[in-house]
Design a protein around this ligand. Structure first.
Ligand SMILES: *[C@@H]1O[C@H](CO)[C@@H](O)[C@H](O)[C@H]1NC(C)=O
Ligand SMILES: *[C@@H]1O[C@H](CO)[C@@H](O)[C@H](O)[C@H]1NC(C)=O
Ligand SMILES: *[C@@H]1O[C@H](CO)[C@@H](O)[C@H](O)[C@H]1NC(C)=O
Ligand SMILES: *[C@@H]1O[C@H](CO)[C@@H](O)[C@H](O)[C@H]1NC(C)=O
Ligand SMILES: *[C@@H]1O[C@H](CO)[C@@H](O)[C@H](O)[C@H]1NC(C)=O
Ligand SMILES: *[C@@H]1O[C@H](CO)[C@@H](O)[C@H](O)[C@H]1NC(C)=O
Length: 521
């Protein structure tokens, strides 16, 4: 039996209740797994991947496969270049938002940005990650912003043995105790100095689960460092300009921010979106894939109309992207490959559909949103179905006024698992994006479903969102930046003359509409 080397100094902030819950979960998992296999429960060296509940994508850690020797990983940094990176925070939309301040700081400090991959969080309960560049057009981003971008799984390619140790460590850390380190992980982990912008190791303020997952997967042991900034802003959060000033003369080759999501930039309006977020376009194939699925779903609808598909976001490649050579560091370890997912090769054969069906998209956020509503007006959080029906009616009126068909098909992206919700969607004649049916995750990787949904929302002809959802908020911004369209806000007051308030046509209007609820997720 392998022993687990505890590292007492790390944070132990789980409450007793949580610990009991976690212990129960471990017991359940272990019992289920004992039933399903003949593996000795006490042998912690077995593969969690066998259960397939933790791991998506790779199979290089199957027990019969020789994983090769376990050596420490190597970061392939160029001596003459300075880099900046950050730890992921919370779910994938917040991880997207985190890129904005980090990229702007990197630009102002003339540093190359190393993107951590999209990491599993408490939301998806997986133990996996995926490279942003498999879903977003990073060369185009570099062309538009001038910011050189690398990915950690290029910079620090991992061998199968290293990947297994990292992912096993994430399982122990998640389900047993943050402070536990497996012997193997502790042996190969490398110290990584983190500038504590926010979220480090104090009780009640641990590194976020997504951040820990990144560190575990990439065999990094975080070493906290007090940042040089003089003043914390409101709520103890640092301001972007102060961070830039504080690190202007910093000579460290790699600057690691413990958090980027919570960096404040209030004084500059929407510059983070304008300069960074709006320039992160999806790869055109993802937009094409979304259009194909929408066309397919709405095919049987009454009075369907097909328009010429001239979506600029589906243009196979803009000529200016051709100039950008992606920066790829040399792979000095012949056994190491890129981690993340290998996408289905047939995707590269995909071509944009010639026609597209205009549609209304609804982002129906259900799932765990009620948790974010504590102490707030529930009807503004968990919006009743009738309110969406009402919003769709307004969307149809808008569409007709713009010369589109008066009964556009309705496409719903949702995290709901409620039978009632699904039945209602069907009865209304709406179409739910059904990724299990399309096999989206297999084609686009573990985060592909969410990103295809995001693409569907972004290029809908009319868009009905959910308040309290950052996914809606980002979709509304994409709508505005890429297509110059507003969004329909369900549940806005139905007074005469208030119609304009339903249509968000600018950032500030969105904020004004959303101010009744603070958008957390
Ligand atoms: C994973 O590897 C195991 C053992 O080599 C093999 O039996 C199994 O078929 C593989 N699964 C997939 C999905 O390739
Ligand atoms: C690569 O893997 C092979 C076979 O597992 C092993 O013999 C070799 O030492 C490894 N090379 C390095 C550089 O780790
Ligand atoms: C920015 O960094 C690059 C490479 O790291 C260097 O060649 C260049 O001189 C720097 N520019 C400024 C303005 O510091
Ligand atoms: C890594 O950090 C730990 C804890 O701070 C320290 O004990 C150890 O000496 C460090 N290792 C190296 C190689 O710097
Ligand atoms: C990570 O951040 C999210 C959002 O604030 C929070 O819900 C979650 O509990 C955090 N997890 C940890 C381990 O800090
Ligand atoms: C891509 O298309 C070509 C030409 O039609 C075909 O030969 C090839 O097999 C396709 N590749 C994949 C991976 O589907």
């Amino acid at each position: 039996m392998k022993t687990l080397a505890g590292q007492g100094s790390n944070s132990r902030s789980l409450s007793l209740k949580t610990k009991i819950l976690v212990t129960l979960i471990v017991i359940i998992i272990v019992s289920a797994w004992t039933l399903l296999s003949n593996i000795d429960v006490m042998d912690f060296d077995v593969n969690f991947e066998n259960t397939n509940s933790f791991i998506n994508g790779q199979n290089d850690t199957a027990p019969s496969v020789d994983l090769g020797p376990l050596e420490p990983a190597v970061s392939l940094l160029d001596r003459d270049t300075k880099y900046l990176t950050f730890l992921p925070f919370a779910g994938f939309t917040n991880q997207f938002i985190s890129i904005e301040p980090a990229a702007l700081i990197a630009k102002k400090l003339n540093r190359t940005l190393i993107l951590p991959p999209i990491m599993s969080s408490y939301h998806d309960h997986d133990n996996t990650h995926q490279r942003w560049a498999s879903l977003f057009n990073i060369p185009r981003f570099t062309h538009l912003t001038g910011i050189p971008v690398l990915a950690w799984d290029q910079v620090r390619p991992l061998t199968p043995a290293q990947r297994k140790v990292g992912r096993d460590q994430a399982v122990y850390g998640t389900y047993l105790d943050l402070s536990i380190q497996t012997e193997e992980w502790a042996r190969v982990a490398e110290n990584l100095t983190c500038e504590i912008i926010v979220n480090y190791g104090t009780p009640g303020n641990p590194i976020n689960h997504s951040g820990m997952n990144f560190l575990w997967h990439f065999l990094f042991r975080p070493i906290p460092k007090q940042p040089p900034m003089k003043n914390e802003g409101e709520n103890g959060l640092y301001v972007l300009d102060d961070i830039v000033t504080a690190y202007a003369d910093n000579q460290d080759q790699l600057l690691v921010l413990s958090n980027a999501y919570k960096v404040r930039d209030d004084a500059h309006g929407s510059r983070l979106w304008d300069e960074i977020g709006s320039n992160l376009h999806f790869v055109p194939e993802l937009m094409e894939y979304a259009t194909l699925r929408v066309n397919e779903e709405s095919r049987g609808d009454w009075g369907i109309e097909a328009l010429v598909d001239d979506d600029p976001e589906e243009k196979p490649r803009s000529p200016e992207d051709e100039d950008i050579e992606p920066i790829i560091p040399p792979n000095m370890n012949p056994n190491a490959t890129e981690s993340g997912v290998t996408l289905d090769l047939s995707l590269s054969n995909m071509t944009a559909p010639l026609t597209r069906t205009p549609y209304i998209a609804i982002h129906l956020r259900r799932g765990d949103i009620w948790e974010k509503c504590k102490g707030k007006d529930m009807t503004r959080c968990l919006i009743p179905f009738d309110t969406y029906v009402d919003a769709v009616a307004r969307a149809r009126t808008n569409a007709a006024a713009r010369g589109l068909h008066s009964r556009l098909p309705v496409i719903v992206t949702t995290d709901t698992t409620s039978e009632d919700d699904l039945r209602t969607i069907e009865q209304l004649g709406w179409h739910r994006m059904d990724h299990a049916k399309y096999g989206t995750a297999k084609l686009w990787g573990p985060f592909g479903e969410a990103m295809v949904d995001a693409a569907v929302l972004a290029h809908a002809d009319e868009f009905v969102g959910s308040p309290m959802s950052t996914m809606t908020r980002i979709a509304a911004r994409r709508q505005k930046s890429w297509y110059n369209r507003g969004m329909i806000y369900p549940g806005a007051p139905k007074k005469k003359g208030m119609r304009k308030r339903y249509l968000v046509s600018s950032e500030s209007e969105w904020e004004a509409n959303a101010d009744a609820v603070s958008i957390v997720y």
